[in-house]
Design a protein around this ligand. Structure first.
Ligand code: UDX
Length: 469
């Protein structure tokens, strides 16, 4: 089939390359000439494991092309996918301007019977409103608009597409549903489940899936706080609950709070939709607040522990190494990453920060002025009072803790992803403070506190946990 993908950003490029890999003829349209030029030359502007190879192979076979918005491919397309940005707008609701603009531009140029599939994450009712817009622009209702949400995780997007848990297509028009079923036949024939719904349900499925996953993380993070307070161990507790087949073991890793391009934005939009439609999603509203508070509290926790280690009234400059800028491992994306909350709060409190990330350093450096950068974690730790791990990169899991300790001037290791064994850290002479497990003796942060200087927060200490709120 002939596919045109409007938008060659993360979703458009990954989905376009995968559809070409399945055998379709795909033209990815990019309106920004600074992005289009490199794409045409085979230069991939994002880091996604395996993507460069698939793009290269499909370009060579002629099944994947890159074009500007004037492309004649629009006139022969069976399916035009919209994968343009839907940023957060007022009150957390999403801004649909790019979707509307793209639909307006392509509408007159499509052949009758073509299908517009919305890939971007959009609130319930968007496909129907875009269908009305397209019908007005064409003066005919001969182009259907369907909802086809994506469920790709950064870092494993190719596998998520090619061996998807499910494909969701929301189509109010039976003929358009047939076109979409043919598009995905190469996957459904291999057993990938296919869920056909109306457009509203498909739009809701996308948000509900992300809200549900984000809730799981929000729950497990607060459970970790309870483990700390009660003297438990989050790893054992999640193991115990995850064996219940109704709960399952995945997505139960406590950490610094969720980030990325989807969960924070999508939960805000989900809550905003509820408010707008008079069906408030109070559970999700509480989740959003808890997740933001958690990220803010991280810096307070570090500062309190550093303060507790200062001798008497003499205040000497404090140095902290922050390992991990990406919002999770396997990506160079720093959107809503914990580092973007922690590092500014530390620097505002007068701490000298040296950062490290194997992939996301440039992206982070652009947003974090005043931070020094190191090429490896050991150099970052040189002279540091504390090392803080924020991203679960494999190379941090394999850190030589003896070597790390030798380079540091202090002993504090904040393992906010629970990557390291506390016993191994203790053998290296480090006090390892993880998430959801009792702090080593003598390192429990003060039970009273004020907001870290410059953090902007109003501090309150949750009893027993040391997590400033
Ligand atoms: C997510 C959804 O998983 C995906 O289906 C959707 O299409 C886009 O949003 P992504 O943002 O790439 O994907 O990352 P994901 O792996 O889901 O992680 C999101 C956040 O949750 C990250 O900050 C991650 O560190 C955090 N997380 C995830 C945890 O803290 N614990 C976990 O157990 C899992």
């Amino acid at each position: 089939m002939n596919i045109v993908m409007i938008g060659a950003g993360y979703v458009g490029l990954t989905t376009g390359a995968c559809l070409a890999h399945l055998g379709h003829s795909v033209t990815c349209v990019e309106s920004d000439p600074r992005r289009l030029g490199p794409l045409r030359a085979g230069d991939i502007p994002i880091y996604e494991p395996g993507l460069a190879d698939v793009v290269q192979a499909c370009r060579l076979s002629g099944r994947l092309q890159f074009a500007d918005p004037d492309t004649p491919a629009l006139g022969t397309a069976d399916v035009v996918m919209l994968a343009v940005g839907t940023p957060s707008g007022a009150d957390g609701d999403i801004d649909l301007a790019q979707i509307h603009e793209a639909a307006r531009q392509i509408a007159p140029r499509l052949r009758p019977g073509a299908v517009i599939a919305i890939k971007s994450t959009v609130v319930a009712g968007t496909a129907r409103s875009v269908a009305a817009l397209v019908a007005r622009a064409r003066g005919a209702g001969d182009v259907a608009v369907v909802s086809n949400p994506e469920f790709l995780r950064e870092g494993s997007a190719l596998a998520d597409f090619l061996t998807a848990d499910r494909i969701v297509v929301g189509a109010d028009d039976p003929a358009a549903a047939g076109v979409m079923a043919a598009l995905y036949a190469p996957l459904t024939e291999q057993g990938v489940p296919y869920v056909r719904t109306g457009t509203i349900d498909a739009e809701l499925i996308k948000y509900a899936a992300n809200a549900c996953l984000a809730l799981r993380i929000g729950f497990v993070n607060e459970l970790a706080d309870l483990c700390e307070a009660a003297g438990g161990d989050i790893a054992r507790v999640t193991e115990g609950i995850g064996l219940d087949s109704r709960i399952g073991p995945r997505f139960l890793q406590a950490g610094p709070g969720f980030g990325g391009s989807c969960f924070p934005k999508d939960t805000r939009a989900f809550a905003a939709t509820g408010r707008r439609l008079g069906a408030r999603q109070t559970v999700i509203e509480a989740l959003i607040a808890a997740n933001e508070a958690r990220k803010t509290a991280l810096a307070g926790r570090i500062l309190q522990a550093l303060d507790a280690r200062q001798n008497g009234t003499e205040r000497r400059p404090r140095r902290v190494a922050v390992l991990g800028m990406a919002f999770k491992a396997g990506t160079d994306d720093v959107r809503d990453a914990a580092a973007l909350s922690v590092v500014p709060a530390l620097t505002a409190a007068g701490v000298t920060v040296t950062g490290h990330d194997p992939k996301a350093r440039d992206q982070a450096a652009a947003l974090l002025p005043g931070v020094g950068w190191a090429d490896d974690p050991y150099d970052a730790a040189a002279g540091a009072d504390a090392v803080v791990i924020l991203t679960e990169w494999e190379e941090y899991r394999r850190l030589d803790l003896g070597r790390l300790a030798q380079r540091m001037s202090g002993k504090l290791l904040f393992d906010f992803r629970n990557l390291l064994c506390p016993d191994a850290a203790a053998r290296a002479g480090l006090d390892c403070i993880g998430i959801g497990r009792a702090a080593p003796p003598g390192t429990t942060p003060a039970q009273h506190g004020t907001a870290p200087k410059g953090s902007g927060g109003h501090a309150r200490v949750r009893r027993g946990t040391g997590w400033l709120q």
